[in-house]
Design a protein around this ligand. Sequence first.
Ligand code: UDP
Length: 144
Amino acid sequence: MGYAAQAMERTFAMIKPDGVKRGLTAELLTRIQRKGYRVVGLKQFVISRELAENHYGEHKERPFFGELVNFITSGPVVAIALEGENAISGWRGMMGATNPANAAPGTIRADYATSTGENVTHGSDSPESAERELGLFFKPEELL
Ligand code: UDP
């Protein structure tokens, strides 16, 4: 009693092609596990254009959409399903702001990202997107 309720959540995290290419996978998984999140799904693969366009569907009309789809399909990504207390906003906090110039010190994007486009990681921004994106990237039996 007297403690705020903490919601156990699942979220979708991704190491983008720039992060994989630069050999940051182990470092980022270490950060995730040190934080205490459980990795309940994990796979490395090259995203199809169809999946990329679906995943980023909300940005379809934006000027950067074509470039974003080209980038995200340019090499392997690591798709990660995370579980933990308040994991959705917690993982977004660990990533930092979209534009690394605005990302707080110590966040992943402040430490590693080179531009707004190539910013190393993705994280769902709400319970609805987490459910939608986990469903796009993982079959139910792939989540342990
Ligand atoms: N993006 C971009 N240019 C922009 C805004 C976004 O290339 O001006 C890319 C960037 O890779 C970003 C992704 O599109 O991570 C999704 O954008 P969103 O605003 O959802 O940012 P996020 O949730 O990834 O921080």
